[in-house]
Design a protein around this ligand. Structure first.
Ligand SMILES: [Mn+2]
Length: 357
């Protein structure tokens, strides 16, 4: 923990120093460039996002590997699971193949992007040599024995964070990398509308759009979003896990997923289909509680079915409302970001645990 704290502080100082040194001369060495190029990557380093890879996880891994390659580092992108729906569509449009799936990170030189929680990582990550973490979430369970480059910002996407690194380094992403970064940014911020969107994301959006080869961004995002909600060729259990993350909150193992309704099925229909699978999914993953956000933006409604002992109390405490008789919280539409539900669930778990004592 202390190592992590020190790493974060030293990273913040580094960033400050780099910011002060930044000039209009792109070739000027910066602290950021120096630290990135002086790390020991061995023969190679793999860059990988979280399981149930979404656009931000896939695009940030590819774009960051590409950035490191330009600095002369043998970095390769990997994914933590099969690429489907939106990221698959985006890669096809960009004309590039999906990165290979990494099953086990044990003993490998690794860079984690878009997550810092071992529960969300490729298997074996706790036994990997983690060199860097690039993220935009709260700090998760990651710990490293060696000094680490930890670069996180409270902004809309990991792709935005990587776009700021390009700026800090005085480098311009290629048209393809700009397209990929833009895709992750738009996807994670739900087209700059999610609560996590910052002015930095809005500025980077304009800049990346100019650098990319996308001519009609509105049409592109609409098609990507359609791919995201189409669940084409997917079984119900694949839909359940399509945007799913595991957390350990106050010692309680929690799984949280989000599912789109409206396009292929109404929210009640989708809720019934998911609910039928949730108890078995919870047991299979060894989780204490499972929550799913099933949202229909057009109808402005989210259903949040849950299962597991204590989940009802946690949901009622966290969302300050009464659950339906069939174990569901019904609210106005919540954006797909888990940041909308992790804080209330955390609060609910704290209250539930204090009531148990
Ligand atoms: Mn993200």
């Amino acid at each position: 923990m202390r190592t992590k704290f020190l790493a974060i502080v030293s990273c913040a100082m580094l960033l400050f120093a780099a910011g002060c040194k930044q000039t209009n001369e792109p070739e000027q060495p910066t602290a950021l460039r120096e630290v990135l190029t002086s790390m020991n990557y061995g023969d190679s380093v793999l860059v990988v996002g979280h399981k149930s890879p979404d656009c931000d996880a896939v695009m940030s891994a590819i774009a960051y590997a590409s950035l490191l390659q330009r600095l002369g580092i043998n970095a390769k992108a990997r994914v933590a699971g099969k690429v489907v729906c939106e990221p698959l569509y985006a890669l096809k449009q960009a004309g590039i193949a999906a990165p290979a799936v990494l099953d086990d990170a044990t003993g490998l030189n690794m860079i984690m992007v878009d997550h810092s929680e071992f529960a969300q990582s490729v298997n074996g990550m706790p036994s990997a040599n983690i060199l860097q973490v690039i993220d935009h979430h709260g700090t998760g369970s990651v710990t490293t024995s060696r000094p680490v480059f930890y670069y996180a910002m409270p902004i809309g996407s990991t792709c935005s964070v990587i776009a700021t690194m390009y700026e800090q380094l005085g480098m311009q992403p290629t048209a393809t990398d700009a397209r990929l970064l833009l895709t992750g940014l738009l996807s994670d911020t739900d087209s700059l509308s999610a609560v996590t969107t910052t002015d930095i994301d809005r500025r980077l959006f304009g800049k990346l759009l100019e650098l990319s080869d996308i001519t009609d961004i509105g049409a592109y995002y609409a098609a990507a979003r359609d791919a995201r909600v189409s669940y084409e060729g997917m079984t119900d259990i694949e839909i359940l896990y399509s945007d799913f993350k595991e957390y350990e909150i106050e010692g309680v193992k929690v799984g949280i997923g989000s599912v789109f309704a409206g396009k292929v099925a109404g929210v009640e229909d989708m809720c019934a289909r998911m609910r039928a699978l949730m108890p078995a999914a919870r047991e299979q993953r060894g989780l204490d509680m499972l929550f799913l956000m099933i949202g229909d933006r057009d109808a402005d409604v989210t259903h949040l079915p849950f299962c597991g002992e204590g989940a009802k109390q946690v949901a009622e405490y966290g969302f300050h409302t009464t659950a339906t008789p069939d174990d569901c919280i019904v609210t106005k539409y919540l954006s797909i970001r888990k940041v909308e539900v992790v804080p209330p669930i955390t609060e609910g778990i704290k209250q539930w645990k204090s009531g148990q004592q």
